[in-house]
Design a protein around this ligand. Structure first.
Ligand code: FPP
Length: 239
């Protein structure tokens, strides 16, 4: 976090409200997801302009597999299309695309598209865009605990040596700082299994706007709100 300008180093967004946006217009839910692509571009532009270094987007949760098959298929197709349509602009903006979540459940086609965009944007230095795909915090923590247990079993670590750092370094997000600000659109006020460990000291912001209506100005408002918050990390101010 930059103390001077109070710009969050890492912003994470729960992009909520695509389905409601579509239903309000008598459209198919998938059209709501398609309308959610432009706000992703807007959030990226605003993040780069504000000097945010890491932007995490909750794009597909482990629970989302339970949606109607047609909606899941449309989302998978949208992710593949975006990889192709957005690549040039992402490279131009200096964005490095990374992923968190368990991608083993995705089809070969989706996995190939994701690896492709990761590789093609690997030189991006301006902003790291972290897509949470087939992600849930509990599943991530469960995988981390299994990994730590295997290290204990192999004699690399004793139970007493396990500390918060061990856990943080075993999560999908090991390479990046925790989010400073988490935004959830659509007025819902919960984290829904998103970055539960990493959100310990995050500021939370819940604008009413549905995700397809999210704009650069909305992002700027969240940044302004963050700048007004008094982050104490459990300490006493000025001590
Ligand atoms: C939640 O809204 C949104 C999703 C499950 C999908 C998010 C995907 C996009 C915004 C598409 C573009 C993304 C990328 C990364 C290219 P919801 O369907 O749960 O809305 P509802 O609560 O109104 O039903």
């Amino acid at each position: 976090m930059s103390e001077l300008k109070r710009i969050p180093q890492h912003v994470a967004i729960i992009m909520d409200g695509n389905g409601r946006w579509a239903e309000m217009r008598g459209k198919d839910r998938s059209e709501g997801h398609a309308a959610g692509v432009e706000p992703v571009r807007a959030a990226l532009r605003a993040a780069v302009r504000n000097g945010v270094r890491f932007l995490t987007l909750y794009a597909f949760s482990t629970e989302n597999w339970g949606r109607p098959q047609a909606e899941v298929d449309a989302l998978m197709e949208l992710f593949c299309q975006c990889v192709v349509s957005e690549e040039e602009e992402l490279v131009r903006q200096g964005v490095h695309v990374c992923m968190i979540g368990d991608r083993s459940r995705f089809s070969e086609k989706v996995r190939a598209a994701l690896s492709d965009i990761e590789q093609r944007t690997a030189d991006g230095k301006v902003l790291t865009l972290i897509l949470a795909l087939n992600y849930s915090s509990r599943s991530e923590i469960t995988r981390a605990v299994r990994q730590i247990a295997r290290r204990v079993e192999a004699g690399e670590l004793t139970p007493g040596q396990i500390d918060e750092e061990t856990i943080s370094r075993s999560l999908d997000t090991a390479a990046w700082p925790d989010p400073d600000l988490i935004i959830r659109t659509s007025g819902e006020q919960r984290l829904s299994n998103f970055l539960l460990w990493q959100a310990s000291y995050a500021e939370l912001w819940f604008p009413e706007v549905l995700w397809p209506d999210f704009t650069e100005e909305e992002f700027d408002r969240a940044i302004e709100e963050y700048a007004r918050r008094d982050r104490r990390f459990g300490l006493v101010k000025g001590k």
